[in-house]
Design a protein around this ligand. Structure first.
Ligand SMILES: [Zn+2]
Length: 353
């Protein structure tokens, strides 16, 4: 388990988010004599309370040191304190096993080669996407997931240039792959073989604002209106252009978007609707688009997905996404499916670090 955030039902309690590096607590500056005569410092921001709540939620309360245990008891007894047991609970996520691929800091030298599929593969000779380029800015680079096959890097440049001709904004590029691809420790199942890239729909006004306004856990806004049936007022021609340019790019295999986005385009696109075929509806993807490229011809060990079905996809297969069945989460089988092992060539790529 890992803590995500600590929230309360009282507006006075400020939500605490756990960044990957931990949380910051302000150390007390003022001093106050306690009954024992010791000169303790405090500043009243609630450090002890927060620590006690974290321990409580992680069910390790009984192991607390005596001072914190007392603070916690005082807190839960205090009638004036509205934030009771009901308050908080740490939202916990399953602790994802750290992937050894996430620790590899350098790309594998040699010619670019894609090995395996998007959810079970790796990449040699990857290139790093620069922090900025014509029409784009790469964000959250501390994750070190800005590497891809040269085709993927070229695609980002092509899209940035195309967009910059029509809009004044910058395209915000999210995760590509790790330096040698492979499984990540969090967030994505795919993005493993250097052929996937996420691009946020919202455009940034500058590289600086893109990075300042979107730290971890503050994603750019969704394009789907509350209720999940229509697009909101943030959707416009730049977003349509991003999808159309991506889908028409000869190296792109598929463009994954929220079903509401696909349906809106199915309803409004006139003339050549051929590009809608590559737009594949999937859960999420309402704030960013996931673009997947085709296997490069020079990578015989790349595993290519079957092409999208013929036609524009504005049919029953799209209607299903709005059915009751789609809204009900499928019951997960209790048996955990064994993950297929990574291709042997990937193991060699990892051990060659
Ligand atoms: Zn993605």
């Amino acid at each position: 388990m890992r803590p995500i955030e600590l929230t309360a039902d009282q507006p006075s309690f400020r939500t605490i988010r756990f960044e990957p590096a931990g949380i910051s607590l302000i150390v007390g500056g003022r001093s106050r004599k306690d009954e024992t005569g010791s000169d303790k410092t405090y500043n009243g921001v609630g450090k002890s309370l927060v620590i006690a709540l974290i321990h409580f939620c992680l069910r390790i309360y009984r192991y607390l040191d005596r001072g914190i245990a007392m603070a916690f008891q005082a807190f839960v007894r205090l009638p004036a304190c509205q934030v009771g047991f009901v308050v908080c609970c740490l939202l916990v996520a399953p602790m994802v096993q750290a992937s050894p691929w996430a620790r590899v800091a350098t790309t594998a030298a040699g010619p670019a080669a894609v090995i395996g599929g998007p959810a079970n593969g790796c990449v040699a000779g990857a290139q790093a996407l620069p922090a900025t380029g014509t029409g784009f800015v790469s964000i959250r680079r501390h994750r070190n997931r800005y590497y891809g096959h040269p085709d993927t890097i070229r695609l980002v440049w092509d899209l940035g240039k195309a967009l910059s001709r029509h809009t004044g904004g910058l395209m915000m590029v999210g995760d590509l792959s790790q330096p040698r691809g492979g499984p990540m420790s969090s967030m994505h199942r795919s993005h493993q073989n250097g052929m996937d890239v996420d691009i946020w729909f919202r455009l940034a006004t500058s590289a600086r604002s893109a990075n300042d306004q979107h730290p971890e856990h503050r994603d750019p806004a969704s394009m789907v209106a509350p209720g999940g049936h229509t697009l909101n007022q943030d959707w416009g021609e730049p977003q349509r252009l991003l999808l159309k340019t991506s889908a028409e790019h000869p190296r792109v295999d598929r463009v994954i978007v929220n079903p509401v986005i696909k349906r809106a385009l199915c309803r409004t696109e006139q003339g050549d609707r051929g590009w809608l075929r590559k737009l594949r509806p999937w859960w999420g993807h309402d704030a960013h688009v996931h673009i997947r490229l085709k296997c490069p011809r020079t990578s015989p060990y790349c595993r290519q997905q079957p092409p999208p079905p013929a036609g524009d996809g504005c049919d029953q297969s799209l209607a299903w996404w709005f059915s009751e069945e789609a809204k009900r989460p499928a019951k997960k089988s209790k048996k955990k499916k064994a993950k297929p092992p990574l291709p042997a060539a990937c193991t060699a790529l990892l051990s060659g670090s």
